[in-house]
Design a protein around this ligand. Sequence first.
Ligand SMILES: O=C1O[C@H](COP(=O)(O)O)[C@@H](O)[C@H](O)[C@H]1O
Length: 224
Amino acid sequence: MSDSVNARQRLAESLAEAVAAALRADLAEQDRALLIVSGGLTPLAFFEALSTLELDWERVDVTLADERWVDESSDDSNTRLVKRHLLRERAAQARFVPLTTADATPEEGVAALEKSVAGLSWPASVVILGMGSDGHTASLFPDSPQLKDGLTTEAALLAVHAPSVPQPRISFSRHRLAQAKRHFVHLTGAEKRAVFAKALAGDEVFEAPIRAFMDAPLSLYWAP
Ligand SMILES: O=C1O[C@H](COP(=O)(O)O)[C@@H](O)[C@H](O)[C@H]1O
């Protein structure tokens, strides 16, 4: 195995331990705990490591920071990713709350999804944020006409379109994600490190929406 594969595996395992510890701590104080995960390719090894760890998974709700408005059978579905790689082993006992409906568009589905997520244990115990090389996080894209709304609305969810991505999306708003008790950023590779460093150094949130989370304590998990 190459050094970077090893480093990414160790990173995934150490993030999984930190997330499991946070969930255990909250479950000692409350009935249920909410874990919000990101999709994309980065979290696969993390999901698999977390799925094997011991905690009272029956009292954990899992949802996504964002979702592509596609059928679950699509390779682009974040739900499919979570079901295949996280909701297995011990974590098969967790309750998953999807961010899609049978509606044709996220605009039509968003009201029902707002109701569906309203009953979760807010504030979330943990949010794991990914980031694209354009500085987007969740589905808050720099080129999206809905970015301003996503950064300012007090609603939990919004429908998102962006010229840079093929499918419409649904995303938790900055407001709802920022309320979480703990924020982890999970990144790999030199390109994302450079994008994150540039975002840290600047202040224009519309250029790099990940900046919208930099006033909360963020735990950065990065490997080459
Ligand atoms: O589209 C998305 O992209 C980001 C980053 O994904 P990655 O494949 O570069 O890890 C992800 O955080 C987000 O949840 C996802 O929908």
